[in-house]
Design a binder for this molecule. Structure first.
Ligand SMILES: [Zn+2]
Length: 71
């Protein structure tokens, strides 16, 4: 029994096992190209935003601690 699934790149129905979920090496390469070109940057953006938030939080906490110590 062959299971057909749509290729995420060209939407063509395929039963190719070697390049799953893609229909061919060409479509697998196209997807790889998206990563290299930075089309999928959601994860990276989350990381840098989290790092920025953490840094500013730490700075604020340090300032609070300093003023508390002075008084
Ligand atoms: Zn394809």
């Amino acid at each position: 029994m062959v299971k057909l699934h749509p290729c995420p790149i060209c939407k063509k129905l395929t039963d190719n096992e070697k390049y799953r979920p893609f229909c061919s090496k060409r479509c697998a390469d196209v997807d790889l190209g998206h990563w290299f070109n930075g089309d999928y940057t959601i994860a990276a953006d989350d990381c840098s935003q989290a790092a920025k938030t953490q840094t500013s939080d730490t700075e604020l906490n340090q300032e609070d601690t300093t003023s508390v110590t002075k008084f």
